[in-house]
Design a protein around this ligand. Structure first.
Ligand code: B12
Length: 212
């Protein structure tokens, strides 16, 4: 399916009601959540980032676009959440220390819930001890998101702090600047570049069957 122009434009303009209305209209017309996400929502956020990078948009514009995106995610979220299924496992997810970006993290959390995992969302700007506490409370995998090249190094500390405590819990990382190479360098157990990919990596790390 092609990009939904009304939705794309509303996200770029930070028009919350417009974005919600466009998303609802697209869903009512039979669009899939996947296509809305991959053809319209994520490209719109990427476009806003490009405008910021070229000096044509500023932090407030990024913020209002992010809020419009969040408003749409509130509509999409219930459509993804699996009901009545036996939990596949328990994971925690947080945005790394110093980083306030949470849209990607929220998408990953949403997809994991949709795939039947219990997800402990630790929020943004997570100190390393938050992940440790989540593991001690039962999380079987730790997912860490970073959107800034300056905060990526703190992911290494998450792995190090867990290992120092003798915790072998798999750590899965992601976020726009993160790569498989970086994951290998810091000893993370998995990496994915999309929220859907995150579900597969978590399944592999936990040794559970891949969801359909
Ligand atoms: C929205 C936004 C903001 C909003 C965030 C609001 C929010 N609630 O998240 C606000 C305005 C707060 C913001 C602030 C800043 N931002 Co900003 N922001 C963005 C923007 C436009 C979109 C990010 C986004 O949501 N993308 C959409 C999501 C869906 O994509 P994603 O996060 O990559 O997630 C996907 C995958 O990566 C993956 N994934 C994500 N997490 C995880 C985790 C795991 C475990 C796995 C497996 C996968 C996975 O799955 C997701 C879905 O497919 C980007 C531009 C861009 N191109 O990314 C800039 C961008 C990230 N920001 C940038 C900058 C510079 C900043 C500021 C420093 C600006 C400033 N001068 O203050 C501050 C930093 C604040 C802080 N300390 O964190 C730069 C970073 C440059 C760099 N190389 O580090 C970017 C790239 C813009 C640019 N082109 O220059 N920002």
């Amino acid at each position: 399916m092609a990009r939904d122009e009304a939705l794309f434009a509303a996200i770029c303009a930070g028009d919350r009601p417009g974005a919600q209305a466009a998303a609802q209209a697209a869903l009512d017309a039979g669009a899939s959540v996947d296509s809305l996400m991959n053809e319209s929502l994520i490209p719109a956020m990427r476009h806003v980032g490009d405008l910021f990078e070229s000096g044509e948009a500023f932090v407030p514009e990024m913020l209002i676009s992010a809020r419009a995106m969040d408003a749409v995610l509130q509509i999409i979220s219930p459509l993804l959440v699996a009901s009545g299924v036996q939990p596949r496992g328990r994971v925690c997810i947080g945005t790394v220390r110093g980083d306030m970006h949470d849209i990607g993290k929220n998408l990953v959390a949403m997809m994991l819930r949709g795939a039947g995992y219990e997800v402990d969302d630790l929020g943004v700007d997570c100190q390393e001890d938050k992940y440790v506490a989540a593991v001690e409370a039962g999380a079987q995998a730790v997912c860490v998101s970073a959107l800034l090249t300056t905060t990526m190094p703190a992911m290494k500390n998450v792995v190090a702090v867990l290992r120092d405590k003798g915790l072998a819990t798999p750590v899965i990382i992601g976020g726009a600047p993160v790569t498989q190479k970086y994951a290998d360098e810091i000893g993370a157990d998995g990496y994915a570049d999309t929220a859907a990919g995150a579900v597969g990596v978590v399944a592999r790390c936990l040794g559970v069957e891949q969801p359909e």
